[in-house]
Design a protein. Structure first.
Length: 159
């Protein structure tokens, strides 16, 4: 059924629909759906810097879903840099959410990506995405105080 949802999204949103379907799948820790959405995006044979960055970002989540943290962290680092180079803070923030969702939120690199994502999301007043980021960070707040402290760094609405 999820694959059908990807087709519906893509038919109404074009190639971007596949990319967003693939972004949402890792947030639900669904490797199969992420891989299927990536295959759907690849089947469009679309090219360009943004499409290539979408693919790179989606591929960054796959090793994390397989438990290959080191590979994932390196791939996320490249994806974040790529979105910054393209001047796409929205996509940088979504990638930060994915990183915080799939990797250990107390890791310093993950915390830094989450903080950057939070700043972007606050600036955009994207409250539902801030809530998703906070939920991802809270996963390990019982083991360490870092996540709770990060959530207090910025309000949900800009000053």
């Amino acid at each position: 059924m999820e694959r059908h949802i990807s087709v519906i999204v893509a038919s109404s949103c074009g190639r971007a629909g596949y990319a967003y379907a693939a972004i949402c799948a890792p947030w639900e820790r669904d490797r199969e759906r992420a891989a299927a959405a990536l295959a759907d995006l690849d089947s469009t044979e679309a090219h360009g810097r943004v499409v290539d960055m979408n693919r790179r970002t989606i591929r960054a989540g796959l090793p994390a879903l397989e438990g290959r943290t080191g590979d994932a962290q390196s791939a996320f680092r490249e994806a974040l840099a790529g979105w910054r180079d393209l001047g796409s803070p929205w996509r940088e923030a979504l990638t930060g959410i994915t990183m915080a969702t799939l990797l250990e939120p107390t890791d310093p690199e993950v915390r830094a990506a989450a903080q950057a994502a939070r700043e972007i999301l606050v600036r955009l007043e994207a409250a539902p995405f801030i809530a998703r980021l906070d939920a991802a960070l809270a996963r390990s707040s019982d083991r360490a105080g870092h996540s709770a402290a990060l959530a207090k760094m910025a309000p949900v609405t800009p000053p």
